[in-house]
Ligand binder design. Structure first.
Ligand SMILES: [Fe+2]
Length: 223
């Protein structure tokens, strides 16, 4: 049988490098100078109100990395995707603090970049946002990534992640003695109200395709 994997959930990641210490110091300085904060999914952690990173010379590098990666993701999805950085905030989690499971409403993509973490700082865990594989395929579902319920990423300084904003995620408690610092952001499309052209056909699966043809088509796409 041919198999097509539709409705995939992309998560982009890359390890970047910059002066983590300078950025971390500035983040802590902002918290300690009573920069406005808020409580959303953070339990015992500190989360800043939205902040413009490029207004602070020490944080400019993170702004530049985030905007560059957004551009790369936009290109990866479609030539005219048009994605823009929307809002940005700082997360500071002392030992024991964590973030409950949540999604980011009214935005297209979200992301986070790690500034000060080690392997015990608390993983980010993504939950399958479309259905519950474990309920439908309880036997051996773990043996196939097609049916995983959860995936997690270990925090590493400089790692940047981007994911669909509707994808539920949580952050495990910080068990490290290091203060966990990350900077998160939302990404919007550069246009909001695009009418679907009613003449545009819904993508059609070619059921006459042989398995060989299907393999050829997929390998061509990758070239
Ligand atoms: Fe989040």
């Amino acid at each position: 049988m041919n198999r097509e994997n539709w409705f995939a959930t992309p998560i982009w990641f890359e390890r970047t490098s910059f002066d983590f210490e300078t950025v971390a110091k500035k983040c802590l300085e902002l918290r300690d100078s009573n920069y406005p904060n808020r409580k959303i999914s953070n339990v015992d952690g500190w989360q800043s109100q939205d902040i413009k990173l490029n207004e602070y010379p020490e944080l400019q590098i993170v702004h530049d990395i985030i905007t560059q990666k957004i551009e790369e993701v936009a290109k990866d999805i479609a030539p005219n995707m048009g994605l823009l950085l929307d809002n940005v905030w700082i997360n500071i989690n002392e030992k024991g603090s964590y973030n409950t499971e949540h999604v980011h409403p009214i935005t297209a993509f979200s992301g986070t970049i790690y500034i000060s973490v080690d392997e015990n700082s608390g993983q980010i865990i993504f939950n399958n946002g479309q259905y519950s594989p474990i309920k439908h395929y309880p036997f051996d579902s773990l043996n196939s990534p097609l049916f995983w319920d959860y995936v997690h990423y270990n925090p590493v300084n400089g790692l940047i992640l981007m994911f669909p904003a509707w994808l539920p995620h949580k952050v495990m408690p910080n068990e490290s003695d290091i203060t966990r610092i990350s900077i998160s952001f939302n990404v919007k499309q550069s246009f909001y109200f695009v009418q679907r052209n009613s003449a545009q056909p819904i993508p059609l699966v070619d059921t006459t395709e042989t398995k060989e043809d299907s393999k050829k088509r997929k390998s061509k796409k990758r070239e």
